[in-house]
Design a protein around this ligand. Sequence first.
Ligand code: SAM
Length: 250
Amino acid sequence: MRFHVLTLFPQILDGLNTSITGRALDKGVLSVNAVNIRDFTNSKHLKVDDYPYGGGAGLVMQAQPVCDAYDSIIESIGKKPRVVYMTPQGHTFNQKMAQDFAKEDDLVILCGHYEGIDERALNLIVTDYVSIGDYVLTGGELPAMVMIDAISRLVPGVLNNEESARTESFCDGLLEYPQYSRPYEYKGMKVPDVLLSGNHGKVDEWRHEQSLERTKKIRPDLYERYVKEHPEEFETGSGKNNLRRNVDET
Ligand code: SAM
């Protein structure tokens, strides 16, 4: 998958060159093409921002360099890809959106700075408005990296163990179960015996119960949605599914 990041501060993206994303970039499974918007300004003084019409604090990134930088991407890849503008005014990023974006071969991510970007540039090029949460950061580069990281883990070949991307929190609508590693006993606390039983069915059942329990406690909103979407699991009475439970029992 190829990410094209429109930014005034391409060096911030260097953080992706480490760990799992770094390895995927080395392998060529991913690429991050950081396009410096400043390289496309028509201004003699390399200006890319100006005061907002109507007054007010701060500076606004101008439309011309943003749109010309975007055109350079279209020219190099020969098609019009989706363009995500990182903005606190967007839809809040989640795992489902990561799965959706991971289907793209090319994804353009536009990072604002200062007071943001001239609305006309946004109207011309942006297809998706995405926020990483209800707070305001100084620029879109960290949000872009958050999104790239989450999407990358879903691209085949990025994780060594594809299974982990399928069992992690949010993939099935629940938070993940607790994890343990060696030693068996640490500061008097032992690993739950079922995990040493070698019985995969029992381990899966225990993990699912734990996922339900902690989702209900920590994220009741997710839990309620899960119950609605999996009514068969919560029906009372006998059935083939040995996980059937009464909602009140969990
Ligand atoms: N004036 C803008 C507003 O009130 O909506 C905020 C501008 S912010 C200081 C500068 C840039 O940081 C934005 O253009 C956006 O790219 C990025 N940004 C800030 N907070 C963000 C968030 N929560 N999610 C995604 N991007 C964010």
